[in-house]
Write a protein that binds this ligand. Sequence first.
Ligand SMILES: [Zn+2]
Length: 285
Amino acid sequence: MKLYKRLFTLIALVLALLAAVFITLQGQDGGLIGPVDVEPQTSDGQQIPVLAYHSIKSAEFYYPINADNPWILLDDVFRAHMQYLYDNNFTPLTSNQLINYLYHDGGLPQNPIIITFDDGYLDNYLFAAPIMREFGFSGIVFLITNAIHDVSPEMAAYPTHFIGLDGILASQDVFEFGSHTHAMHRAVDGVPPLAFESVSNIRADLRQSFAGPLTFTTGFDYPHGLASDNAIEALKAEDVLFAFITRWGYVNKNTDPFLLPRFSIESTMTMEEFSEYVWGRLEIE
Ligand SMILES: [Zn+2]
């Protein structure tokens, strides 16, 4: 019996050693950090679902050219999501509330949630902000700061039109604005810049982005949802405290603040799936 116990301990030790070597090797290539195991829920049962939206358009701009794009939602669908959250007493968190929770034992409301938007499209201001305002909700928009430019509302029909300074200033009662890099969003030969740029280049881009019209610089959103070792080092050096990737999962006390998971909300999702996500009932593989 004793022999079996020793043998078991030995096998466990060898496995742990192999895992450590594997993790170290993975971390050294400076490449993208891929899927990792989802952290178990904390003993207090608290966890935060984080929603990642992109574009929200009214019917006039949604049909027909944008109806097949999974990243663009009809405003009525977005409204149904917000109505569901409102009816079920969800409370959207601000960046400061998230930081207090992650770093300072700050408490959470009963049904916490975080509502984020990637890239900073003009339609966030035109169509999402008024709906969120009706429900008294707040959200976080992550801007590609070199894409900010003023365009006429008619241009919102096109999927790639970005919010301008006017829109940013006029929706600060609803949105916080954070960085999604300045000029490091566009993939080069299919590879996102954060995968190969040096720490100093990423820091320079961050500083340029932070000089833009943001309302906070303590949080960040990785382009394409992909973190890298260099990006994490650069973020820490620029005093950023949290960053979102795009991988399904929930944020809790055990989550690495620089690898916060989110649910990408696509137009093909049903209301039933949406409710599974927000109640934390989704099985993460
Ligand atoms: Zn993006």
